[in-house]
Write a protein that binds this ligand. Structure first.
Ligand code: 13P
Ligand code: ZN
Length: 273
């Protein structure tokens, strides 16, 4: 089967397109990665080429050795993903140590993996271990309301988690572990990847102050649903704060606790006052 005929590639393209239409991908902003299932690799194997050079990842991800990933290219616009997929994305495989990658499909015209490859792979490594291999998707985008809040709220996991939980009843159910926050850092290297992947040991969501957000999940739908929920909650918070600096009423911590039993979730108690 051709890569572009596969379900995973089509779903990847749709997510990029959806994110672009939501306004989360100005210019080349944002990126997406997907850790392929072994059967998917077999399905498209005849369409792959194993003659390319090996390149340093810029970090080490030993527990992802020999695995295959579909990733966005650096500099590629999400806007163009559906029209020029072979230029805007590609499949890489890792070497036996998890230190180098080889491009085996796509990335035409000299394109290379996203500059956030260290963050994507380190996050994928951490969440693979945390979920016994279930999580496969990592998505990074630049949503307006989440970014705006990083100028206003204290840059703590507790402040972001509690404020965003409060904005809609489904929020604590969708991200019960909470949200991690990385202070402003230089993007695109190992340092920010280490800081983000440390948070991903606990959370499915990590906010990069004054930059954007990383989310992770088992599949494209769940990962999309997560960022959609977080950004909607951020939008409500921006609106509430634009109207008043004091809420008249809200969902209380006692209310949150009442959600645990019927929805089979356990909230991180550190984030309740
Ligand atoms: P890339 O074009 O390298 O994917 O970078 C976009 C981005 O959002 C960097 O944080
Ligand atoms: Zn970014």
């Amino acid at each position: 089967m051709k890569v572009l005929e596969s379900e995973f590639a089509q779903r990847f393209i749709r997510m990029c397109d959806d994110g672009y239409h939501r306004g989360w991908h100005e210019r080349n902003g944002g990126n997406l990665s997907y850790r392929m299932i072994q059967e998917e690799v077999e399905q498209v194997k005849d369409d792959l080429s194993f003659t390319g050079d090996w390149h340093e990842i810029g970090t080490e991800v030993p527990s992802l050795k020999d695995e295959y990933f579909l990733v966005k290219c650096t500099g590629a616009y999400m806007m163009n993903m559906a029209r020029k997929p072979e230029e805007c994305m590609g499949i890489i495989r890792l070497d036996h140590e998890g230190k180098k990658y080889q491009i085996v499909w796509g990335m035409h015209n000299g394109m290379k993996p996203t500059s956030e490859l260290p963050s994507h792979l380190m996050n994928l490594e951490v969440v693979k271990a945390r979920t016994n291999g279930k999580y496969r998707v990592v998505y990074h985008c630049h949503p307006v309301n989440v970014i705006a809040l990083t100028f206003v709220l204290p840059l703590t996991d507790k402040a972001f988690t509690h404020e965003l939980w409060e904005m809609a009843t489904e929020c604590p159910i969708v991200f019960p572990a909470g949200i991690g926050v990385v202070p402003w850092m230089v993007p695109g290297g190992k340092e920010i990847a280490v800081a983000t992947s440390k948070l991903m040991k606990t959370y499915d969501v990590a906010i990069w102050a004054h930059h954007g957000i990383f989310v992770t999940g088992p599949d494209f739908d769940t990962t999309w649903g997560l960022i959609d929920t977080v950004e909607k909650s951020a939008e409500i918070l921006v609106k509430v704060r634009s109207m008043t600096d004091k809420k008249r009423q809200t969902i209380t911590d006692e209310d949150f606790k009442k959600l645990e039993e019927p929805f089979h979730v356990k909230f991180n108690p550190e984030f309740l006052k």
